[in-house]
Design a protein around this ligand. Sequence first.
Ligand code: G6P
Length: 373
Amino acid sequence: SSAQKGGWDSFMDKEIHEDPTAVADTLLGRFNPNGDLNLDEVHIEPEVFRQIDKIIIVACGTASYAGFVAKYAIEHWVRIPVEVELAHEFRYRDPILTPRTLVVAISQSGETMDTLMALRHAREQGSRVLAICNTQGSSIPRESDAVLYTHAGPEIAVASTKAFVSQVVAAYLLGLYLAQVKGTMFRDEIHQVVESLKDMPRKIQWVLDTQTQTIARAAKSLITAKSFLFLGRHVGYPVALEGALKLKEIAYTFTEGFAAGELKHGPIALVEEGEPIVVIVPSSRGRDLLHNKVISSIEEVKARGAFVIAVAEEGDPDVDRYADVVFWRPTCPTLMSPLVDVVPLQLFALEMAKDKGLDVDKPRNLAKSVTVE
Ligand code: G6P
């Protein structure tokens, strides 16, 4: 009913607009009054955390892309290898697991059979499993050694949106906690990252408040496009994959996400006149290496006639010159940018699906939670 949808046209509308609260609520209650992280709720001794020398994140779909984002942050902060693997691939390839490996199973529903089988395998091999999950008491947290809940609230639309941002936040909290117990970051540094995390709900809200019209207009103008490419680099890469997934799931458009650096190794052959390409542009502050490299990717596809839709930081001096459409986002540290960059892509898929007259909450052939292997 419309009341359940809080006045929105669809659950997906409602849930995208809950991205800011999903982030804020997942941060809530996870700090001591002095600002240090407190993850007592996971019931794993700090001593055990200190011994962890490798993390393997297992998940499917959107949850796997949240894990892929977290890999960049956790490796940077904790200086241990983080692998991200689709649960069904992990399960059947004889992965290397030791008691010092922490397997992190990310799942919104907590009932995805592929992820459940992966975590059972990891525990049989003697590794510890921590679940990042949005559903209290579901199978995945019940069968894990520990759980860190996301507090996104119930997600009804099949395509996952607010769960994604809350999963990134929970995985970041885990990374920062590991950095705290292992001493791989200074306390002040951790506090600074926490402050920027706490700023994110406001920044996401800004995107929702100011960019929706531009996004809706762009979707309308591209309704007949046969395919879309999504490009990103660093944390923008998993965001590109997630944006591509959203559009294929609910608008049934053929999409592919690529690492921007990979363009010249193949995907550029696909670019022809008018091909829409969505590019996630890193922060332009200092116009660092990452930013400049993605700008050159835009130039390369532009030179071949692509129609470029950029997701870029407010005030980026280079984007306006090359992009046909820009979805702006506020300034934030690179590792925080996935939390804002994904939002316009969620809205874009939603608008596209609505324009096509599709059922955005219940796309064909898909289930909210896949409980078979
Ligand atoms: C299904 C859903 C996706 C979701 C994936 C993982 O395929 O359609 O939206 O990302 O399962 O679900 P989970 O509940 O484990 O996060």
